[in-house]
Structures are given as structure tokens and as C-alpha cells.
Design a binder for this molecule. Structure first.
Ligand SMILES: [Zn+2]
Length: 85
């Protein structure tokens, strides 16, 4: 199970090191707590962008509008969203 050591979120690439980093605190979830719902399923795109933007604002002090643009630009490059287009 070595490939589970540092699984990254399929939506934003965030490395999920503990159960709490996973959506819903579920270690088997493919998405992080920012991008996923309590059920471990992926949030709608706009919700995931908004949640990631909030994270950037809090962690990096970005302007909310700039954070949203950055989050959207990041998410569209990720496997979870490419598969849906
Ligand atoms: Zn994520």
C-alpha cells in the first residue's frame, strides 16, 4: 500500500497525508476536504473553485477575485475535471 502514503487530491493536487485531509475524513476518498463532500464525492466545479479560493485567501492572503481565478485555472488542469469535459 505504498502508493497510499501521500495520495494527492484528484481535483486540486493537494497532498492528503491524514484522514482529516480527505473529504469527509474518509481515507479512501479521492478528493481532499476542500474539494470533496462529506460523502467523499467531488463537489460541483463552482463549489470546488470557491472552496479552493477561500483556502488561498486564508493561507496566502490573496485578493478573493485573484484567488478565484487562480483556483479555477488550477482545477481545470486536474484529472478530475478533465474527465468531465
Ligand atoms: Zn482538492
Amino acid at each position: 500500500m505504498t502508493d497510499d502514503l501521500c495520495k494527492s487530491c484528484g481535483s486540486c493536487g493537494f497532498p492528503m497525508r491524514s484522514a482529516a485531509d480527505h473529504a469527509g475524513g474518509l481515507p479512501d476518498a479521492d478528493y481532499c476536504s476542500t474539494c470533496g463532500l462529506e460523502t467523499g464525492e467531488l463537489k460541483p466545479f463552482e463549489d470546488a473553485v470557491a472552496a479552493n479560493a477561500d483556502y488561498l485567501v486564508q493561507e496566502q492572503g490573496l485578493d478573493p477575485r485573484a484567488a478565484r481565478d487562480m483556483a479555477a485555472a488550477l482545477l481545470v488542469t486536474m484529472p478530475a475535471w478533465q474527465a468531465r469535459r
